[in-house]
Design a binder for this molecule. Sequence first.
Ligand SMILES: Nc1nc2c(ncn2[C@@H]2O[C@H](COP(=O)(O)OP(=O)(O)OP(=O)(O)O)[C@@H](O)[C@H]2O)c(=O)[nH]1
Ligand SMILES: [Mg+2]
Length: 604
Amino acid sequence: MRLAHVLHARGCVSAQSGITRIQIKNLGRYATIASYFSTKASDSDVPTTDTDEDRLKQFQDAKRKRRTEWKRRQGGQTFLDNMIIHVRGGKGGDGCVAFHREKFVAYGPPSGGNGGRGGDVYILPTTHLTTLSSVAARVRGNQGGTGQGTWQNGKAGAPTVIRVPVGTIVRQLAPDDPRRAQDEYEAEEESLQGLSIEERKKKIRQRRWVHYPDWEDENMERDVFKEAERVMYRDERERRSQRKQRSMNLIQLDLDKPMDEEQDVNAPLGLPRTKTLGHLLASGGSPGFGNPHFHGTNNRSPKFATRGHEGERLSFSLELKLLADIGLVGFPNAGKSTLLRALTAGRAKTEIAGYAFTTLNPVVAVVRVSDDGSFVGEAAGMVHDETLVEERREKELQESGAFAHSLTRNQRPENEQLEDMAASPGYLESFRFSVADNPGLIENASDNVGLGHSFLKSIERSLALVYVVDLSSPAPWEELQVLRDELEKYKPGMSTNARMVLANKADLLGGDASEGVNEEAIEQAKEKLARLQRFVKEEMTVPGGAEMDVVPISAKYSMNMRKVVGLMRKYVEVAREEAKAIASTDAQTPESMQDIPETHSSAA
Ligand SMILES: Nc1nc2c(ncn2[C@@H]2O[C@H](COP(=O)(O)OP(=O)(O)OP(=O)(O)O)[C@@H](O)[C@H]2O)c(=O)[nH]1
Ligand SMILES: [Mg+2]
């Protein structure tokens, strides 16, 4: 209402013949919001039957669709799981040339402050991120502040923290790697190319020294300056050789645990400071000296100071290992996300909705299985509905006070608690594996149609793949063929990893249960499933691949899930054994014969 009033007041919205018209230029992304509120504004003019809830749903749906559209426009660019970043430490602040001024003191002492240190750059693994898409390709530390008169030193540059998802592997690029950017010395050398020796000297001096106004030429002539320059030059050489030593030990980090990012309780008011900055990647440059640094018995009034030094410049490759034992592959809307929630008692944080490309990024969740084949979330009658519907249902329950007097697990009588524990698979858990829910894959995804197929990289290393098709669609077998071809286009041989076909939404077949048993519909459903099985047997068996199981399921109503979990467990166990066997034969092979695995794969 309020937004609509504002729009009215600005002449943006005008009610004409009961229809609210929006006349805002460049409305862009706010169009949906405006139209949502403008509908509200027209409530008094046009009686509608829509409830607030419905309108909210429409609004949220529109918001999601916009997000999908954005992702689609990126052409798969935002599923980054490996990238190169160039990092620079901040430049040190310059020193200052100043002299103290005071009443009745004719010649005050030198009083220029030193510069501030350049800011360091750190890398911090955090659980808040799941892709590398928010990591900038070039990161530059903050520059240190310049020194000021009356001995005021410059402020140190604040540290810069690069946040990456947990599971990122960081490797510094070796000096001979062509993907590496120039370091600070190479960059300087390049800028001096083609100059005569005199010009080079002049340029280097300009870069290293600050002079008192109009004193540059005079300084050059003085012995004290020449001596100071010699000392500085020696220091610089020392620093360079130390840098070279350091570049022999390349930085390698496996960030597989999140680091605490607690707030420092003693941080000054309004200044949130984190205790952990992470791992140091590039240190900032050292600061320049103010003119008091050069004060001595033979130089009572130094009229020069030094500039701050460049920070370290290093390049790193970042690789995100999103390892899942099982990867789900299917068309949009096949029910992959619903299946993942059904397998994990709704713990997997993945969205479900009845339109294509609801899932935008791969989501990994863990399935916990007990010895008798039961798993977390197996409770009979569990329904996994669309996210919005579930949210609404929960809200209604909350508002009705259904949870108001319910006891917590610890408040319940002891015998009930025991039952609870027995029912909870954590108690009997004997095996666990991870499953990745992926965005929908469609025909020509390799040409960046839909969300592209670059997200497949994250499950490239998964032990087994499982196709999910919609059995209620007219020809689920055609979907299968497309899926297999797309996998092959992405990486030849990848489809041999597929182990099973899940024919989802089986509940939609066999006729309406409320109208009694419909023999004909049941026969049709059986025939459809048999045809799918025949197709898989005849067409989908690929050389080198195992024969695939076909299992009819209903993810929404958690039907036939135990069989699915049992089969998945079998695939994972076999694949883990194979991986172990390969690892042990590798260990026995002489080192020189070993094929060193290429961990960095270039972007598809
Ligand atoms: N009747 C029925 N509907 C289902 C079943 N599984 C999923 N659905 C519905 O199918 C729609 C799509 O489900 P999702 O789980 O979002 O499908 P998805 O494969 O993850 O889709 P994308 O994320 O777009 O690739 C939703 O409306 C679900 O409620 C099922 O077993 N039976
Ligand atoms: Mg999904």
